[in-house]
Design a protein around this ligand. Structure first.
Ligand SMILES: Nc1ncnc2c1ncn2[C@@H]1O[C@H](COP(=O)(O)OP(=O)(O)OP(=O)(O)O)[C@@H](O)[C@H]1O
Ligand SMILES: [Mg+2]
Length: 236
Protein backbone atom coordinates (compact mmCIF):
# COMPACT_ATOMS: atom_id res chain seq x y z
CA UNK A 1 0.00 0.00 0.00
CA UNK A 2 1.51 3.35 -0.92
CA UNK A 3 2.43 5.46 2.04
CA UNK A 4 1.50 2.84 4.65
CA UNK A 5 3.41 3.50 7.84
CA UNK A 6 4.84 6.73 6.44
CA UNK A 7 5.34 9.55 8.90
CA UNK A 8 4.41 12.12 6.30
CA UNK A 9 0.66 12.13 5.71
CA UNK A 10 0.66 15.11 3.37
CA UNK A 11 3.35 16.41 1.06
CA UNK A 12 3.04 19.36 -1.34
CA UNK A 13 5.63 20.21 -3.97
CA UNK A 14 5.45 23.58 -5.71
CA UNK A 15 1.65 23.79 -5.66
CA UNK A 16 0.00 26.32 -7.94
CA UNK A 17 -3.68 27.05 -8.31
CA UNK A 18 -4.65 29.44 -11.05
CA UNK A 19 -8.26 30.62 -11.31
CA UNK A 20 -9.46 31.92 -14.64
CA UNK A 21 -11.56 35.07 -14.29
CA UNK A 22 -12.85 35.96 -17.75
CA UNK A 23 -9.69 36.65 -19.77
CA UNK A 24 -7.45 36.92 -16.72
CA UNK A 25 -5.57 34.15 -14.93
CA UNK A 26 -5.38 34.73 -11.21
CA UNK A 27 -2.83 32.65 -9.30
CA UNK A 28 -4.36 32.02 -5.86
CA UNK A 29 -1.46 29.71 -4.90
CA UNK A 30 2.02 30.52 -6.15
CA UNK A 31 4.35 27.63 -5.42
CA UNK A 32 3.55 26.18 -2.01
CA UNK A 33 5.67 23.32 -0.62
CA UNK A 34 5.43 21.59 2.75
CA UNK A 35 5.10 18.29 4.52
CA UNK A 36 2.74 17.40 7.34
CA UNK A 37 3.68 14.55 9.65
CA UNK A 38 1.26 12.12 11.23
CA UNK A 39 -0.15 13.59 14.44
CA UNK A 40 0.86 17.17 13.70
CA UNK A 41 -1.42 20.09 14.48
CA UNK A 42 -0.90 22.90 11.97
CA UNK A 43 -2.47 26.35 12.01
CA UNK A 44 -2.73 28.52 8.90
CA UNK A 45 -3.16 32.27 9.36
CA UNK A 46 -3.02 35.13 6.87
CA UNK A 47 -4.97 37.97 5.29
CA UNK A 48 -8.28 37.49 3.51
CA UNK A 49 -7.74 36.35 -0.07
CA UNK A 50 -4.22 35.04 0.55
CA UNK A 51 -5.14 31.51 -0.53
CA UNK A 52 -5.76 29.64 2.74
CA UNK A 53 -9.06 28.03 1.72
CA UNK A 54 -7.71 27.29 -1.75
CA UNK A 55 -4.87 25.38 -0.12
CA UNK A 56 -7.19 23.55 2.29
CA UNK A 57 -9.33 22.46 -0.67
CA UNK A 58 -6.26 20.87 -2.28
CA UNK A 59 -5.21 19.25 1.00
CA UNK A 60 -8.73 17.86 1.26
CA UNK A 61 -8.81 16.48 -2.28
CA UNK A 62 -11.78 18.76 -3.02
CA UNK A 63 -9.88 20.24 -5.95
CA UNK A 64 -6.78 19.54 -8.06
CA UNK A 65 -3.74 21.82 -8.41
CA UNK A 66 -3.05 23.63 -11.69
CA UNK A 67 0.62 22.69 -11.31
CA UNK A 68 2.73 20.84 -8.75
CA UNK A 69 2.07 17.80 -6.61
CA UNK A 70 -0.29 17.25 -3.71
CA UNK A 71 0.21 13.88 -2.04
CA UNK A 72 -2.18 12.55 0.57
CA UNK A 73 -0.88 9.47 2.37
CA UNK A 74 1.46 8.72 -0.52
CA UNK A 75 -1.14 9.18 -3.26
CA UNK A 76 -0.84 12.04 -5.73
CA UNK A 77 -4.33 13.50 -6.07
CA UNK A 78 -3.95 14.71 -9.68
CA UNK A 79 -3.67 11.07 -10.72
CA UNK A 80 -7.08 10.16 -9.29
CA UNK A 81 -10.43 10.42 -11.08
CA UNK A 82 -13.41 12.02 -9.31
CA UNK A 83 -14.67 8.72 -7.92
CA UNK A 84 -11.28 7.81 -6.42
CA UNK A 85 -10.95 11.33 -4.99
CA UNK A 86 -14.32 10.95 -3.28
CA UNK A 87 -13.25 7.58 -1.84
CA UNK A 88 -10.03 9.08 -0.53
CA UNK A 89 -11.98 11.90 1.13
CA UNK A 90 -14.44 9.49 2.72
CA UNK A 91 -11.77 7.17 4.08
CA UNK A 92 -9.07 9.52 5.28
CA UNK A 93 -10.38 13.03 5.74
CA UNK A 94 -12.85 14.90 7.92
CA UNK A 95 -13.94 18.47 7.18
CA UNK A 96 -15.13 21.23 9.48
CA UNK A 97 -16.29 24.54 7.96
CA UNK A 98 -16.94 28.02 9.29
CA UNK A 99 -20.65 27.77 8.48
CA UNK A 100 -21.12 24.27 10.02
CA UNK A 101 -22.85 22.99 6.82
CA UNK A 102 -25.36 20.82 8.66
CA UNK A 103 -28.53 19.59 6.98
CA UNK A 104 -31.37 21.57 8.57
CA UNK A 105 -34.08 18.90 8.16
CA UNK A 106 -32.06 16.24 9.96
CA UNK A 107 -31.46 15.69 13.67
CA UNK A 108 -27.98 16.02 15.16
CA UNK A 109 -27.60 12.22 15.15
CA UNK A 110 -28.77 11.93 11.53
CA UNK A 111 -26.28 14.60 10.47
CA UNK A 112 -23.45 12.69 12.14
CA UNK A 113 -24.60 9.51 10.41
CA UNK A 114 -24.52 10.87 6.83
CA UNK A 115 -20.90 9.81 6.12
CA UNK A 116 -21.66 6.39 7.61
CA UNK A 117 -24.52 5.86 5.16
CA UNK A 118 -22.10 6.53 2.28
CA UNK A 119 -19.70 4.03 3.86
CA UNK A 120 -22.42 1.35 4.05
CA UNK A 121 -22.55 1.02 7.86
CA UNK A 122 -25.79 -0.70 8.99
CA UNK A 123 -28.46 1.44 10.78
CA UNK A 124 -28.03 0.18 14.38
CA UNK A 125 -24.27 0.52 14.19
CA UNK A 126 -24.70 4.02 12.74
CA UNK A 127 -26.95 5.05 15.59
CA UNK A 128 -24.58 3.59 18.18
CA UNK A 129 -21.65 5.48 16.69
CA UNK A 130 -23.47 8.80 16.25
CA UNK A 131 -24.64 8.75 19.88
CA UNK A 132 -21.11 7.93 21.08
CA UNK A 133 -19.60 10.71 18.96
CA UNK A 134 -22.16 13.26 20.14
CA UNK A 135 -21.41 12.27 23.73
CA UNK A 136 -17.70 12.74 23.05
CA UNK A 137 -18.26 16.34 21.92
CA UNK A 138 -20.47 17.05 24.95
CA UNK A 139 -23.89 16.75 23.31
CA UNK A 140 -25.44 13.82 25.14
CA UNK A 141 -29.18 14.44 25.27
CA UNK A 142 -29.19 16.60 22.12
CA UNK A 143 -29.15 13.72 19.63
CA UNK A 144 -32.68 14.38 18.33
CA UNK A 145 -32.39 18.16 18.09
CA UNK A 146 -32.39 19.74 14.67
CA UNK A 147 -29.65 22.32 14.00
CA UNK A 148 -32.12 25.21 14.50
CA UNK A 149 -32.63 23.96 18.06
CA UNK A 150 -28.90 24.19 18.84
CA UNK A 151 -26.55 27.10 19.52
CA UNK A 152 -23.76 27.92 17.06
CA UNK A 153 -21.17 26.24 19.27
CA UNK A 154 -23.36 23.15 19.58
CA UNK A 155 -23.89 23.05 15.82
CA UNK A 156 -20.15 23.17 15.27
CA UNK A 157 -19.73 20.30 17.74
CA UNK A 158 -22.23 18.27 15.68
CA UNK A 159 -20.14 19.12 12.59
CA UNK A 160 -17.00 17.89 14.36
CA UNK A 161 -18.76 14.66 15.39
CA UNK A 162 -19.78 14.22 11.75
CA UNK A 163 -16.21 14.86 10.58
CA UNK A 164 -15.08 12.10 12.94
CA UNK A 165 -17.70 9.53 11.95
CA UNK A 166 -15.45 7.61 9.57
CA UNK A 167 -12.48 7.81 11.94
CA UNK A 168 -10.37 9.95 9.60
CA UNK A 169 -6.62 10.27 10.09
CA UNK A 170 -6.78 13.93 9.15
CA UNK A 171 -9.16 16.75 10.09
CA UNK A 172 -9.20 19.88 7.94
CA UNK A 173 -10.91 22.83 9.58
CA UNK A 174 -11.51 26.13 7.71
CA UNK A 175 -12.12 28.81 10.34
CA UNK A 176 -14.09 26.44 12.56
CA UNK A 177 -14.61 29.19 15.15
CA UNK A 178 -15.21 32.03 12.66
CA UNK A 179 -18.92 32.30 13.52
CA UNK A 180 -18.65 31.61 17.24
CA UNK A 181 -18.35 33.71 20.38
CA UNK A 182 -15.18 33.48 22.39
CA UNK A 183 -16.45 30.89 24.90
CA UNK A 184 -17.73 28.53 22.18
CA UNK A 185 -14.51 29.08 20.21
CA UNK A 186 -12.44 27.91 23.14
CA UNK A 187 -14.67 24.84 23.58
CA UNK A 188 -14.22 23.91 19.91
CA UNK A 189 -10.45 24.46 20.11
CA UNK A 190 -10.34 22.26 23.23
CA UNK A 191 -12.14 19.43 21.40
CA UNK A 192 -9.67 19.67 18.51
CA UNK A 193 -6.72 19.73 20.94
CA UNK A 194 -7.98 16.55 22.66
CA UNK A 195 -8.47 14.78 19.33
CA UNK A 196 -4.92 15.63 18.39
CA UNK A 197 -3.28 14.83 21.73
CA UNK A 198 -5.30 11.82 22.81
CA UNK A 199 -6.20 10.21 19.50
CA UNK A 200 -3.27 11.35 17.39
CA UNK A 201 -5.50 12.85 14.69
CA UNK A 202 -3.56 15.11 12.31
CA UNK A 203 -5.20 18.55 12.18
CA UNK A 204 -4.81 21.45 9.78
CA UNK A 205 -6.82 24.49 10.85
CA UNK A 206 -7.26 27.88 9.20
CA UNK A 207 -7.98 30.67 11.67
CA UNK A 208 -8.02 34.45 11.85
CA UNK A 209 -7.42 34.33 15.57
CA UNK A 210 -3.74 34.01 16.48
CA UNK A 211 -4.69 33.37 20.09
CA UNK A 212 -6.24 30.06 19.01
CA UNK A 213 -2.97 28.75 17.60
CA UNK A 214 -1.31 28.26 20.99
CA UNK A 215 -1.82 24.46 20.98
CA UNK A 216 -0.57 24.04 17.44
CA UNK A 217 2.80 22.50 16.62
CA UNK A 218 3.38 24.82 13.69
CA UNK A 219 1.87 27.99 12.31
CA UNK A 220 2.09 28.84 8.63
CA UNK A 221 1.81 32.55 7.89
CA UNK A 222 0.23 32.90 4.49
CA UNK A 223 0.60 35.88 2.15
CA UNK A 224 -0.10 36.29 -1.57
CA UNK A 225 -0.56 32.60 -2.23
CA UNK A 226 2.57 31.47 -0.42
CA UNK A 227 3.74 30.36 2.99
CA UNK A 228 5.69 33.46 3.87
CA UNK A 229 6.94 32.16 7.20
CA UNK A 230 6.64 29.08 9.38
CA UNK A 231 6.74 29.17 13.15
CA UNK A 232 7.52 25.86 14.88
CA UNK A 233 6.42 25.41 18.47
CA UNK A 234 6.72 21.63 18.80
CA UNK A 235 8.89 19.62 16.44
CA UNK A 236 7.27 16.22 15.82
N1 LIG B 1 -13.50 29.47 -7.36
C1 LIG B 1 -12.78 30.59 -7.53
N2 LIG B 1 -12.74 31.23 -8.72
C2 LIG B 1 -12.01 32.33 -8.91
N3 LIG B 1 -11.25 32.90 -7.94
C3 LIG B 1 -11.25 32.32 -6.75
C4 LIG B 1 -12.00 31.14 -6.46
N4 LIG B 1 -11.79 30.80 -5.17
C5 LIG B 1 -10.95 31.71 -4.67
N5 LIG B 1 -10.61 32.62 -5.61
C6 LIG B 1 -9.67 33.75 -5.43
O1 LIG B 1 -8.44 33.23 -4.96
C7 LIG B 1 -7.90 34.04 -3.94
C8 LIG B 1 -7.69 33.21 -2.68
O2 LIG B 1 -8.95 32.86 -2.14
P1 LIG B 1 -9.11 32.00 -0.82
O3 LIG B 1 -10.56 31.74 -0.65
O4 LIG B 1 -8.21 30.84 -0.88
O5 LIG B 1 -8.58 33.04 0.29
P2 LIG B 1 -8.57 32.91 1.88
O6 LIG B 1 -7.16 33.13 2.31
O7 LIG B 1 -9.23 31.65 2.30
O8 LIG B 1 -9.43 34.18 2.32
P3 LIG B 1 -10.45 34.35 3.58
O9 LIG B 1 -9.59 34.58 4.79
O10 LIG B 1 -11.24 35.57 3.21
O11 LIG B 1 -11.29 33.13 3.68
C9 LIG B 1 -8.88 35.20 -3.76
O12 LIG B 1 -8.38 36.30 -4.47
C10 LIG B 1 -10.16 34.71 -4.37
O13 LIG B 1 -10.90 35.76 -4.91
MG1 LIG C 1 -10.98 31.22 3.38
Amino acid sequence: MPGAGSLEVMVAEDLWKVYRLGQIDYPALRGVSFSVKKGEYIAIVGPSGSGKSTLLNLMGALDRPTKGKMMIDGVEISKLNDKKLAELRNRKLGFVFQTFNLLSYMSAAENVETPLIAAGVPPEERRRRSYALLEMVGLKGFERNRPSMLSGGQQQRVAIARALANEPQIILADEPTGNLDSKSSHEIIEILRRLNEEKGVTIVMVTHNLELTSYCDKTWFFRDGKIEREEVRNAK
